[in-house]
Design a protein around this ligand. Structure first.
Ligand code: NAD
Ligand code: ZN
Length: 375
């Protein structure tokens, strides 16, 4: 497979010398309902000494809940509650790293992220910046991280993004929204306990779950498709269809969506996402629309590009009585539309994956604006 180094996980079939990327994968995973209780045993061999704490970055939705009582605190371990209201920012990562460096004499033994994509990405970034000097914004890009991160563990509490398996952490920086894409970003350990996703609201479950479904549609219908990506994408698609259109018990649905997220993330490791993600990126940049809902807002209008996927998506919306906000782009100025269109069209590998090498003739700025106007 030929890959464009600049776009890392964004495999592109174009450009220069062919190369074969040697991707890391999550080396260890605990799976199963109730497996959160294993966390203490999982961390124990990684504890360096009593002065090197385990730092738990936990979504503040869990503050005061029984989950917090189950966190295996010993020595000087610390829990830091963080709101997932806004997507992670580079200066937030820098502030967390400074706090941890100020609070402890020794580098932590482990960073553990407990939450959705927001907390998982923060944990990855903090672990990297604890062992690499400078600011998080210095590392936004591809393969800029030089030193191994502090041992870091991801524990998802909502399923869909695939952030638990990916080698990126998406951060909003002063100049750009861009991931820290590196081999050192990958979690050293993931713990998948489907019971942790129990309290998610129906809307958020749907939006984040659709991130996974859309990863599958975009990967499976992309020009970069290959057997590696297809094998994971088809499995994830089957699981999403069971979860969102089948008749599963709630606990089965939680288990299957957690595995769908894993496979969906693996599917895009060696291929790429497509039109919905390229457009959603523009919405996020200009309006701060979050990833899951942003993808849904766009995807409903992509019938020309993904007819079967959009038909399934609409069935899923109807079955779960999901009403998406309307008029999100109503009343935006020409300048605002230009910004969104410009940001979106910069995601070249996504467009090339979706529409082929001559994508520019198929997705003109005017056509893209028309799509945004529908949202
Ligand atoms: P999120 O982490 O933003 O959380 C969404 C909401 O769900 C929050 O209000 C949160 O508090 C709540 N929540 C989470 N778990 C809950 C639980 N068990 N019970 C009740 N509420 C719960 O959601 P997300 O969709 O998982 O993540 C979106 C983020 O992931 C974005 O920042 C996006 O950029 C990032 N992302 C990263 C990757 C990657 O590969 N690194 C891929 C896709 C998306
Ligand atoms: Zn996504």
């Amino acid at each position: 497979m030929k890959l464009n180094k600049e776009f890392d996980i964004k495999n592109t079939a174009s450009t220069s010398a062919p190369s074969f990327r040697n991707f890391p994968m999550v080396p260890r995973v605990v799976y199963g309902r109730g497996s959160f209780s294993e966390l203490g045993a999982v961390l124990m061999p990684h504890r360096k000494n009593s002065d090197a704490p385990c730092i738990f970055l936990v979504d503040d939705v869990f503050e005061g809940t029984s989950l917090v009582d189950r966190i295996p605190l010993i020595f000087n371990d610390q829990i830091i509650f963080i709101s997932a209201e806004e997507e992670p920012k580079t200066d937030q990562v820098d502030a967390l790293v400074s706090k941890i460096k100020n609070d402890f004499s020794e580098r932590p033994s482990a960073i553990i992220g407990i939450g959705g994509g927001t907390l998982l990405d923060l944990a990855k970034a903090v672990a990297i910046l604890l062992s690499n000097s400078g600011n998080a914004a210095n590392y936004q890009g591809w393969d800029l991280v030089r030193k191994a991160a502090v041992y870091h563990v991801g524990i998802p509490t909502i399923s869909g993004t695939g952030a638990e398996v990916s080698r990126t952490t998406v951060l909003l920086g002063p100049e750009k929204k861009l991931g820290i894409n590196s081999d050192f970003t990958i979690f050293d350990q993931v713990l998948l306990d489907p019971d942790l996703t129990e309290g998610v609201t129906k809307e958020q479950w749907f939006y984040t779950g659709m991130d996974c479904f859309i990863h599958c549609v975009e990967s499976l219908n992309g020009t970069y498709l290959n057997a590696f990506s297809q094998s994971y994408g088809e499995k994830a698609m089957d699981l999403c269809t069971e979860v969102f259109l089948g008749d599963l018990s709630p606990s089965d649905a939680r288990e299957k969506l957690m595995m769908a997220s894993w496979h969906g993330g693996m599917s895009i490791a060696y291929s790429q996402v497509g039109v919905a993600h390229a457009m959603s990126y523009g919405l996020s940049f200009l309006l701060g629309v979050k990833h899951g809902i942003g993808n849904c807002l766009v995807f409903q209008h992509l019938n020309d590009y993904y007819p079967e996927g959009v038909a399934l998506f609409k069935q899923m919306m109807a079955k779960h009585h999901i009403a998406l906000p309307k008029g999100v782009c109503a009343g935006l100025s020409d300048e605002a539309f230009d910004t969104m269109v410009g940001v979106s069209l910069k995601m070249e590998p996504l467009w090339e994956n979706a529409l082929g090498k001559d994508w520019r003739s198929k997705m003109t700025p005017a056509r893209l604006r028309t799509l945004y106007e529908k949202i």
